[in-house]
Design a protein around this ligand. Structure first.
Ligand SMILES: CC(C)(COP(=O)(O)OP(=O)(O)OC[C@H]1O[C@@H](n2cnc3c(N)ncnc32)[C@H](O)[C@@H]1OP(=O)(O)O)[C@@H](O)C(=O)NCCC(=O)NCCS
Length: 166
């Protein structure tokens, strides 16, 4: 994790592991980033992620204020480790300055270090910003998920970690 200056606005962006003290900020980000209660993480789910040793949760700060977070989870099936991007969100007030990309890249690095061979995620088919981010990171669409969300279809995407450079 690192600190960098810049992006499209001013301010110092830094990433660090999420802790229990970040729950209020993460909950506020989820509320601001997702219109539907069915699609955002609630307090209990966020806590479970932070406490789960198989999870990797990170927050992004902008001038010391928590403005983004991401959560990934590893699992091993038949000896093959894979990961799932469970959640990623940046507060709208801090969007468009590269913070989501930093969070995703950091999570991908962490999953690679933990031995994951691939990363999966699900996203609404109409979530253009997120799909744009995932495609630019090398994710490809592997499955359509009709009715996956209450108000939209979903798509499952996969990143093969063997196929992209570290
Ligand atoms: C998706 C999200 C995390 C991106 O975070 P961000 O900090 O705003 O994104 P970044 O500034 O890092 O941009 C990264 C890439 O996302 C895509 N992107 C971001 N905003 C976009 C927009 N409004 N339209 C299209 N693509 C967009 C672009 O590919 C961009 O790459 P570029 O800068 O090279 O053009 C953020 O929009 C968000 O929190 N959305 C709501 C929550 C959500 O939908 N999470 C994903 C659930 S699966």
């Amino acid at each position: 994790m690192n600190a960098t200056q810049g992006g499209s606005g001013s301010g110092i962006v830094a990433l660090r592991s999420a802790g229990r003290g970040d729950i209020d900020a993460i909950e506020a980000i989820e509320k601001a980033a997702f219109a539907s209660v069915y699609e955002r993480f609630g307090r209990r789910q966020i806590l479970r992620m932070i406490d789960n040793p198989r999870a990797y949760t990170a927050v992004a700060t902008l001038d010391g204020r928590v403005v983004g977070w991401s959560g990934m989870l590893t699992r091993t099936v038949a000896g093959v480790a894979s990961a799932r991007l469970y959640g990623i969100a940046v507060h709208p007030s801090a969007g468009g300055r590269g913070i989501g990309r930093k969070l995703a890249e950091d999570g991908i690095r962490a999953m690679r270090q933990r031995g994951a061979r691939r990363i999966y995620l699900e996203v609404r088919t109409d979530n253009t910003p997120a799909i744009g981010l995932y495609r630019s990171l090398g994710f490809v669409e592997v499955e359509r998920l009709p009715g996956y969300y209450t108000t939209a279809d979903g798509v499952r995407m996969r990143l093969e970690l063997d196929a992209v450079s570290p």
